[in-house]
Design a protein around this ligand. Structure first.
Ligand code: UD1
Length: 362
């Protein structure tokens, strides 16, 4: 069997790591196509080197642009690549513009498409990620769902026949790297200046368009983080830096300490070193959950609803609506004691994915 993986943005590289390792343990041929949606070394190269992913076989060098430009350029660039490879499966990951372009290109060339992380929904039609995942699910041939909840969403949309519960490949990589960090086999993370790793700190990220692109909203969120009584390590995505500069919003000051994004092992170590996480990232909500840290999510909804059980994750669309005390109480609440079970699988999802692809290959 020959499979072409199409990736382009940071969270896809994290998911690619266990998939590439699972393919490497088989006779199957695995071709990696990087669209180049993320091009900063901090968002791309460090994930290949840090997670031991083989270099991409093809790099499209697409870069930034409006959604139409980014998706369209990727779509056009993929046609000759997929025509030359003619794989048994095109495998697309998650919810980015690279995912949608990969799925569309394959469908139009009559190549079978599998969607990893199928069935996630925020039901928020303003989010580019929601457009991408819904459209990808409806055009893909095989839907690899990470959770029972995702299976239910797919069934509700009439897609049950194409859906298979595969588990979540992010558990595979997160638990493997957690064990390396605990064994002292990973380098120490470079936390922002002013953060003392031996004292309590909160770990924060902020990059979703709905939080960064409206200046008033971004200013409110940054001010809320700065007024917390615990130091906050904000690992700034390039989008956050670009929008803050554009809107004249100063990042930092008060409790807020701004630094660069971390490589994956550094991120896991930084979560383990923290007393809690504040984020709008999907992946980080789940990593906090898997690594036993309470999470506060700066959004009105989450796709990873399992993390909300027993208060492991709390949604805060608007910190100012809670009042200062309510906001401080929320982000500094201790980790719950409740047992969580394994709603995201047992850490062997990548093997499942390879097996399911082989079973369903035409
Ligand atoms: C994208 C995904 C999102 C994912 C996120 C993870 C879409 C629609 N969104 O959001 O689902 O959670 O990646 O990081 O596909 N930029 C750089 N360097 C880079 C990449 C981006 O400077 O390497 C800047 C550019 O100014 C760009 C902006 O960030 O315009 C946004 O990048 P884009 O790829 O559109 O989306 P992300 O916010 O990264």
């Amino acid at each position: 069997m020959k499979v072409v993986s199409i990736v382009g943005a940071r969270p896809q590289l994290v998911k690619l790591a266990p998939i590439a390792a699972a393919f490497a343990a088989t006779e199957h041929e695995h071709v990696i196509v990087h669209t180049g949606q993320h091009y900063d070394a901090d968002l791309s190269d460090v994930f290949f080197s840090g997670l031991g992913i083989p270099d991409p076989d093809v790099h499209l060098g697409i870069g930034s642009g409006s959604h139409g430009v980014q998706t369209g350029k990727t779509l056009a660039a993929l046609d000759p690549v997929l025509a030359a490879e003619r794989p048994d499966w095109v495998l697309v990951y998650g919810d980015t513009n690279s995912t949608l372009a990969g799925a569309l290109s394959a469908v139009k060339m009559h190549l079978p498409v599998a969607h990893l992380e199928a069935g996630l929904r925020s039901f928020n039609r303003q989010m580019p990620e929601e457009h991408n995942r819904v459209l990808t699910d409806h055009c893909a041939d095989l839907l690899l769902a990470p959770t029972e909840e995702a299976m239910r969403h797919l069934a509700n949309e009439g897609l049950a026949k194409r859906a298979v519960l595969a588990g979540d490949v992010m558990v595979d990589v997160c638990l493997r790297v957690r064990d390396l960090v605990r064994a002292g086999e990973a380098p120490r993370p470079e936390l922002p200046e002013g953060i003392d790793p031996s004292a309590p700190y909160l770990l924060a990220t902020l990059h979703r368009a709905e939080n960064t692109d409206d200046p008033r909203r971004l200013a409110t969120l940054v001010a809320a983080l700065a007024e917390l009584p615990v130091p906050v390590a904000l690992l700034a995505h390039p989008r956050l830096l670009a929008r803050a500069e554009e809107h004249g919003i100063k990042l930092g000051g008060g409790s807020l300490h701004v630094g660069r994004p971390l490589p994956y092992a550094g991120m896991v170590a930084a979560v383990l070193g923290s007393v809690g996480v504040v984020t709008d990232s999907g992946g980080l909500q789940k990593e906090a959950y898997l690594l036993d840290r309470p999470c506060t999510t700066l959004r009105p909804e989450t796709e990873w609803v399992e993390t909300l059980a027993d208060d492991w994750n709390r949604l805060v669309p608007d910190p100012s609506a809670l009042g200062r005390d309510g906001w401080v109480e929320t982000v500094t609440r201790p980790a719950p004691r409740a047992d969580r079970g394994t709603p995201y699988g047992d850490g062997r999802a990548a093997e499942n994915v390879v097996r399911i692809l082989a079973e369903h290959a035409r």
